[in-house]
Design a protein around this ligand. Structure first.
Ligand SMILES: *Cc1c(COP(=O)(O)O)cnc(C)c1O
Length: 394
């Protein structure tokens, strides 16, 4: 093995900040890419030039410098996959795929994989509950005959259409939902049971912005996908969890590198996967397990969201228009009854160490994304600021 040169042999590389472990940071409410657990960032910083395995044995390489086919990276990807399977209790009938392209690419990759092999454009059902499911529906028209089974657009996406009212198509190839709408702040509190609604189609779920924040009932799911940058790790990694029986239905035009069957057959190593993102997600999975797993993080998420919504609802200045039955635990849009105060709110928040609270440009207002890595203390600091801003505004 090559001798590992001491750090001084790399004069052009900025050394890791020695006091990193004692650093306190502002609370970051970005919708994505989003805040990560500090312990994960510190571990990655310590591994940056010389990754250590689980026994503390150094490899002499940073993760970005490793072959994706080597033993070291092999252990990283296997650990990440096993960690996620354990955390989310993903049954053996499902493959875990690590891909690239983000959530939006899946809007094409999913129909490319699920709309074959027969020729012609098969019917796919969509439930429109916000911006993201709307985008999925639009993209799918290139590869399928998308049908809107239900839409909350007329209400401004402030509630969910009751599943009993969905107009599901007989023989649909699949049914697409977005289980947490990141921009409108609406979340399915239970996944629909399509069989009970009279459909035999597999359910496809975009769970990008609340993956790993709560348990998943896999008996109701055919495929779920998520861009990593909300709740799992850095941008560039996309997670796909797909049931085995859905691997044989790709269209001929589906690019090989995006074909689920190929990726599954090669354990996500059909081509070079986003290796650093997989490593980071693996550290996040370790962190989640150390926190007490999904049940624990879900309880924390419920507590954080309740505190924030109660503060909004009790206020004369702030409001959230979403039906309380389907409010998101992860993304909390809120508005000022005096919109002219928004700039002052954002400026004051930043001074108070509360970052990236501006709402999405399409809906305006403010938004606090309170993903797994946002501690309760961050939400407590936010509501303390909100109350004091409301008291002193006049
Ligand atoms: C962020 C997001 C996406 C888009 O992800 P990209 O990685 O930017 O393509 C898709 N769906 C949902 C629900 C999201 O929150």
């Amino acid at each position: 093995m090559q001798r590992i040169p001491p750090p001084t042999a790399h004069p052009k590389v900025t050394p890791a900040t020695p006091e990193l472990g004692r650093v306190t940071r502002p609370f970051n409410f970005s919708a994505g890419p989003a805040t990560m657990p500090l312990a994960v960032l510190e571990r990655a910083a310590a591994d940056m030039r010389n990754w250590h395995d689980a026994d503390g044995k150094p490899s002499g390489m940073g993760v970005m410098e490793m072959s994706h086919r080597g033993k070291a990276f092999g252990s990283i990807i296997e650990r990440a996959e096993a960690g996620l399977r354990r955390l989310l209790a993903i049954p053996d009938a499902f493959h875990i795929l690590f891909m690239q392209g983000g959530g939006l690419a899946q809007n094409a990759i999913v129909p490319l994989n699920l709309c074959g092999p027969a020729s012609g454009k098969p019917v796919v059902d969509f439930v429109l509950t916000g911006t993201w499911s709307h985008k999925s529906w639009q993209e799918a028209a290139k590869y399928s005959a998308p049908h809107i089974a239900a839409s909350a657009q007329a209400s401004g996406f402030q509630h969910f259409p009751d599943p009993a009212s969905w107009q599901l198509s007989a023989g649909a190839q699949y049914v697409h939902i977005c289980s947490n709408e990141t921009i409108h702040g609406v979340e399915f509190q239970t996944l629909p049971d399509l069989r009970a609604l009279g459909s035999n189609a597999p359910l496809v779920v975009d769970f990008s912005s609340h993956v790993a924040s709560r348990t998943v009932d896999w008996s109701r799911v055919g495929l779920a996908f998520a861009g990593a940058q909300k709740n799992l790790g850095p941008a560039g990694l996309t997670l796909v969890v797909v049931r085995d029986d859905l691997l044989g239905t790709a269209l001929d035009i589906c690019p090989s590198a995006f074909q689920f069957k190929n990726i599954a057959a090669h354990a996500s190593l059909f081509n070079t996967p986003p290796t650093f993102g997989i490593y980071m997600a693996g550290l996040v999975f370790d962190w989640l397990e150390q926190q007490g797993g999904i049940a624990h993080i879900e309880a924390c998420n419920i507590e954080k969201a309740a505190l924030l919504y109660q503060t909004i609802d009790a206020s004369d200045l702030y409001f959230n228009p979403v039906d309380p039955a389907c409010r998101s635990r992860m993304n909390v849009p809120f508005f000022l009854r005096e919109p002219a105060l928004e700039a002052a709110f954002l400026h004051g928040a930043e001074q108070a160490g509360l970052l990236q609270l501006k709402g999405h440009k399409s809906v305006g207002g403010l938004r606090a994304s309170i993903y797994n890595a946002m501690p309760l203390e961050g939400v407590q600091a936010l509501v303390a600021f909100m109350r004091s801003f409301e008291r002193t505004r006049a």
